[in-house]
Design a protein around this ligand. Structure first.
Ligand code: NFD
Length: 324
């Protein structure tokens, strides 16, 4: 009997040990696997580009489309892929034609409702987080085509009917002026600007050490010059600052003043404001403990209500088309 007990105990101990060892080795494999992950920012054509492009196209049609009145609902995603690929393959990767993506843009145009278009420059994360939280505000990357291509990289190789497998050349002012990606984003940015109507929001970065508005940006080159004064009733410039600053740029000064002047010169009405309450509320989700994110209290210790906050924002807002 003693012997049977001993054997049984040894048996269960062996099972327990083998489970622990298997768990540890699985954990080691997972850690090793994450260390082996390819870096997502490849300089060459994104691996599995076709699958990602077609997959996102189908996903947008099935899942995200209703928010945007079903654009591209009837688009054949394989046709879209061919138009995307044929736009550049075989060509010199530094001299892509300005109109290369026209057929793709005709197939999947960008069309947002009035007051919906949000442009961004230097505020990638904040602008997209803000737009995602607001059902009536959309960025280029929320449009079907922008969604399908955002974050991808691709380039051609002259004479080849496939994408290049080498690192893609960077866009350079003299030697490489028309890259596959540069021409793509220039084309869709232009289309985004041309279709904007009602209030157009522009969110720039007032805390960056770089100018909030600069000549080389896509916003300055392709979006502001293509806004239609007959369709856009107001350009709402938002100079967003990090919670806790620094305040490097603000309305009426520096590069923001230049942007205001260019906007007015194009016959567009505008307002300009530092981080408004709705944007700050969004920033506070990530900075909940910061003093700027605490509820404001009045002299009696009561919480200041939203109405009073709105008044504070209005005093920061400049009248349309004025430059202070
Ligand atoms: P940014 P922005 N070639 O923060 N957008 O005003 C290529 F291909 O300075 C969206 O210039 O603001 N991409 C995207 C480049 C790209 C290059 C471009 C280059 N030579 C424009 N230089 C997008 N979703 O990727 C910079 N970039 C990329 C439209 C780079 O990925 C949007 O409607 C950087 O993160 C937005 O209103 C991104 O451009 C405005 O233009 C933005 O640079 C943002 O262009």
């Amino acid at each position: 009997m003693e012997l049977v007990n001993l054997l049984l105990r040894s048996f269960f101990l062996a099972i327990l040990l083998s489970n622990v060892t298997a768990h540890l080795s699985r954990q080691r494999r997972e850690i090793t696997h994450s260390e082996d992950c390819p870096t997502p920012m490849t300089k060459g054509t994104t691996p599995n580009l076709e699958h990602i492009f077609v997959g996102r196209c189908l996903e947008f049609q099935q899942i995200h489309s209703s928010r945007y009145n079903c654009p591209g609902a009837r688009v054949n995603c394989s046709d879209a892929w061919l138009k995307f690929k044929e736009a550049v393959v075989g060509q010199d990767p530094c001299n892509i034609n300005d109109n290369a993506y026209d057929e793709l843009l005709d197939l999947i145009p960008i069309e947002f409702a009035d007051d919906m278009t949000l442009f961004w420059s230097g505020t990638n994360k904040l602008a997209h987080g803000y737009a995602a939280a607001s059902p009536t505000t959309s960025t280029l990357e929320d449009s079907m085509l922008g969604y399908m291509v955002n974050g991808l990289n691709w380039c051609s190789s002259e004479g080849s009917d496939e994408y290049s497998s080498d690192p893609c050349p960077d866009q350079e002012p003299d030697s490489c002026t028309h890259t596959s990606t540069g021409v793509f984003w220039a084309s869709v940015s232009t289309m985004l600007a041309k279709q904007a109507s009602g209030i157009a929001i522009v969110m720039v970065n007032g805390s960056s050490p770089w100018p909030a508005f600069y000549n080389g940006s896509f916003f300055a080159k392709y979006e502001l010059p293509n806004l239609d004064p007959d369709k856009v009733t107001n350009v709402r410039i938002i100079v967003a600052h990090n919670i806790g600053g620094p305040i490097n740029e603000q309305c009426g000064r520096g590069s923001v003043k230049t942007m205001q002047e260019l906007t007015a010169a194009r016959g567009l009405a505008y307002t300009c404001e530092g981080t408004p309450r709705d944007v700050q509320s969004f920033q506070c989700v990530e900075n909940a403990g910061h003093a700027e994110c605490q509820p404001r209290t009045d002299a009696t210790g009561g919480i200041v209500r939203e109405g009073k906050m709105r008044k504070r924002i209005r005093t920061q807002t400049e009248p349309a088309s004025s430059i202070s």
